[in-house]
Design a protein around this ligand. Structure first.
Ligand SMILES: [Zn+2]
Length: 394
């Protein structure tokens, strides 16, 4: 594929990451990204439709907790309501304590066992374990004025709750501050979190060539978490989609392809994914397979590809094409990401990412560190060539 493709991929990243930056669903930057991608696709000759949905635009501000005159470092959880409250600190370590505790008017601090893994947002449609729902509903029933939680990770700040539908202001406490709060249980504290939630909208972009119904869907999400420029996650996926789209248009393959820029993979309730699933995958339902690109091109490691629900003849065909690309290796399936939309409907899905991204999740990915300098454009160009080769041979 060579230099021209690499240059084109880089150009898209410079706009999405360098000029636009964080692209949280519902934010003004997200609209800028929608417009950029839409213009690029239309310019290439696709007919493009917006698939719109309602969401919120959440903006963060400062947060502080003061206990007996001492300020403790906290951060408002993404999508939290704002607050300026005073209440007694009540520490909750497990479900039994939550069930038995009286939290009315207090500031609940969840730590230890009960705060060990992030809870699914209460209206998350695809997967939502009853244990998670139980914790959320108990908190909402017991009406503490605010909820704080220790980070779910020792290495980075991972909030227990990130949910724009959760009705109690909440914030996350860095690992180093946990013991101080535990010492102060029963004491009165002041918690102030600045944030706004305002009604907004967002859209997926669906690009098709004219003609019959699409057989192959190629997806990449365009949104980011609120604070990250999102180069690996996932400007690089959008750049792949746009660059591949242009190649496909110039060579006119024999198969109908639908390019989908999804909007909501990193937003709490996945609104773009939900509407695409309902309106396209459930209804049209004639897809041969889906391809999802997210987090490819990391400078460390290789490109990983994984097969979900493929019949063996089609899998063999794809593996034969992959042989020409030794820098793309087969890895074990992983159950998070937009490829699962296809899997849920029983449509075969091919998922592409970098073999080393799993280790940098929440350390680099989802943080301000996720910049263009992490990307090896040769690797991205190789994925474009692989997908182009694959689609051309169908
Ligand atoms: Zn992603």
């Amino acid at each position: 594929m060579g230099d021209k493709v690499e240059k084109e991929i880089k150009g898209h990243l410079e706009v999405l990451v360098g000029e636009i930056g964080p692209r949280a669903t519902g934010s003004s930057n997200n609209f800028k990204a929608i417009e950029y991608i839409e213009n690029e696709l239309v310019g290439t000759g696709f007919s493009v439709a917006r698939q719109e949905f309602d969401c919120i635009n959440w903006t963060p501000g400062k947060a502080r907790l003061i206990i007996q005159g001492k300020e403790v470092l906290v951060r408002g959880a993404d999508y939290t309501l704002p607050c300026k409250i005073e209440g007694k600190i009540t520490c909750i370590e497990n479900l039994r304590q939550l069930e038995e505790g009286n939290l009315d008017g207090e500031i609940a601090f969840l730590w230890g066992e009960i705060a060990s893994e992030p809870l699914m947002p209460k209206n998350f449609p695809f997967w939502n374990p009853p244990e998670h729902k139980k914790i959320i509903s108990l908190l909402e029933e017991k009406r503490p004025k605010g909820v704080l939680f220790s980070s779910c990770s020792e290495e980075s700040l991972v909030p227990l709750i990130e949910d724009g539908d959760f009705s109690i202001p909440c914030g996350v406490v860095p690992p180093g501050e946990e013991s101080f709060i535990l010492e102060k249980k029963g004491k009165v504290a002041q918690l102030e979190i600045e944030a706004t939630r305002s009604p907004a909208w967002g859209a997926n972009l669906i690009a098709r060539t004219e003609g019959s119904l699409p057989k192959i869907a190629l997806t990449a999400h365009l949104d980011t978490k609120p604070f990250t420029p999102g180069a690996l996650d996932n400007a690089v996926g959008i750049a792949t989609l746009l660059t591949l789209g242009k190649l496909l248009m110039s060579k006119k393959p024999g198969v109908q392809v639908e390019l989908v820029a999804l909007n909501g993979e990193d937003y709490f309730s996945n609104p773009g994914e939900v509407i695409y699933f309902k309106e396209n995958l459930l209804q049209t339902g004639k897809y041969r397979f889906g391809i999802n690109v997210d987090g490819i091109g990391y400078k460390e490691g290789e490109t990983g590809v994984s097969f979900f629900e493929f019949p063996s003849d089609l899998k063999d065909k794809i593996r034969a094409v992959k042989k020409g690309f030794p820098d793309i290796v087969e890895i074990n399936p992983w159950p998070q990401g937009d490829h699962m939309l296809f899997v849920l409907k029983g449509i075969p899905a091919l998922a592409l990412t970098s073999t080393e991204v799993f280790g940098i999740l929440n350390k680099i990915i989802h943080t301000s560190e996720d910049g263009i300098d992490l990307i090896d454009f040769k690797k991205v160009s190789s994925v474009v060539a692989f997908l182009f080769g694959l689609i051309s041979k169908l």
